[in-house]
Design a protein. Structure first.
Length: 240
């Protein structure tokens, strides 16, 4: 896929914040057959795939690097939602942009030039996002919201899949949504961790519009049917 095709995919798939998006996490797929996991996501009818990049330092797990993203990009026109869980994301973000990312999200917690990194991500032709962990005060993200295309709130402690949804993040989602509405900003609100057909309802009502689902999606007997039911569920439970 060339750069122009990738850009067209990004423009088409990054919908208005009022439109719910499901982004299955390929981390929960079969790592010996990532290409097949990608095809499972594509056949479910969704337009996004979430790719978790972990360094074994910022989070206690290692996943994959830009070469894997580049190889997957050759196989797919899905919107690549790349989440960097790295201690030094500013040193690696460009490699993932070149590999075919459509959106690159970076964490608030490490010590690095956050605003410069967010700006650079856009100059490389990608959407950008800022991420906070469940225990990070939501107020710390406020200075960055006008510079991002997405705010991602982790609803588990990042590092491993299969954890339970953190209910205490719901008030943070609501605060971010109210700030977005008050400032009339266009960024999407994504959640990641413990997302399933039950937990998505409260998150959607709080203001989330973009949902990363890993274990629930890949463990479903029929992921395509599960994805349809998920989108129906969040579409009929809008934020109040």
């Amino acid at each position: 896929m060339n750069a122009n095709q990738q850009s067209a995919t990004a423009t088409h798939a990054f919908l208005a914040a009022s439109t719910p998006i499901l982004a299955p996490s390929i981390l929960a797929g079969n790592h010996a057959m990532l290409g097949e996991s990608l095809r499972t996501i594509e056949s479910s009818g969704v337009s996004w795939v979430h790719l978790d990049i972990m360094d074994g330092h910022f989070v206690p797990n290692l996943t994959f690097g830009p070469q894997t993203v580049a190889d997957l990009r050759k196989r797919s026109s899905l919107f690549f939602d790349v989440h960097l869980m790295l201690s030094n994301p500013h040193q690696h973000a460009q490699s993932f942009a070149k590999a075919g990312a459509n959106l690159i999200s970076v964490h608030l917690e490490p010590d690095y030039p956050i605003l410069d990194t967010l700006g650079s991500i856009r100059t490389w032709g990608c959407k950008n996002g800022i991420v906070i962990n469940p225990d990070t005060p939501v107020e710390e993200i406020f200075p960055f919201v006008e510079y991002v295309d997405m705010v991602l709130l982790m609803t588990v402690q990042p590092g491993f899949g299969g954890q339970s949804f953190r209910q205490d993040v719901l008030p943070k989602i609501e605060r971010i949504r109210r700030m977005r509405d008050q400032l009339k900003l266009p960024f999407r609100i994504e959640i990641d961790g413990g997302v399933d057909l039950k937990t998505c309802i409260a998150a959607c009502k709080a203001g989330a519009d973009t949902f990363v689902a890993g274990s629930a999606f890949f463990r479903a007997e029929k992921p395509e049917a599960w994805a349809r039911e998920f989108i129906t569920t969040v579409s009929t439970n809008p934020c109040s």
